[in-house]
Design a protein. Structure first.
Length: 169
């Protein structure tokens, strides 16, 4: 099952550390500012000999995935740092369903979204197999095996968290 949410990208000023606040709840009511404008920025494509990905700037379309978390837009340099560490992490911590996942990394497309967890900036990385053009629309699949996985990279700790490799239906 593929969940793809359609988006409209708008042009405008850029801000490398733009942040979007979650909707107000009892736990975050003091941080929520309904009057604060949402950042407007184009999503940025990153392509090297090893990776093809997109830094998603359409943060409002990702809010459903990260309820009660602040979202922000990572830089290209932060993405490249996360990619190096993710490869190392997958080599050192093989997943039981796909122990050689790190060997296949160049075959995946990626989507990057900045999230804040316990005060730490992390980069949520969504890896997926597809012949479709790269898109900033959330691309989430509930099965499909190791063709789909997600992982978070913590910029402060320089470590990876919450590796999820999809199963099979």
């Amino acid at each position: 099952m593929v969940l793809s949410v359609y988006s409209c990208q708008s042009s405008g000023p850029t801000n490398e550390d733009a942040v979007i606040k979650p909707t107000p709840t009892a736990s975050n009511a003091n941080n929520y500012d309904a009057n604060k404008p949402l950042p407007v920025q184009e999503s940025i494509t990153i392509k090297t000999d090893k990776i093809e990905g997109i830094i998603c700037a359409n943060l409002s379309e990702w809010k459903f995935q990260f309820e009660n978390k602040e979202l922000w837009i990572p830089t290209k340099e932060q993405i490249l740092e996360s990619e190096e560490r993710i490869e190392q992490y997958l080599k050192e911590n093989p997943h039981k369903r796909s122990p050689d996942l790190w060997r296949k990394l160049s075959k995946y497309k990626r989507q990057y979204v900045g999230i804040v967890v316990d005060g730490h900036k992390r980069i949520f990385c969504n890896f997926y197999c597809s012949d479709e053009p790269l898109s900033s629309k959330p691309y989430l699949v509930s099965d499909g095996g190791d063709c789909y996985f997600q992982i978070e990279y913590d910029l402060k700790d320089k470590d990876c968290y919450n590796l999820i490799v999809n199963g099979y239906a």
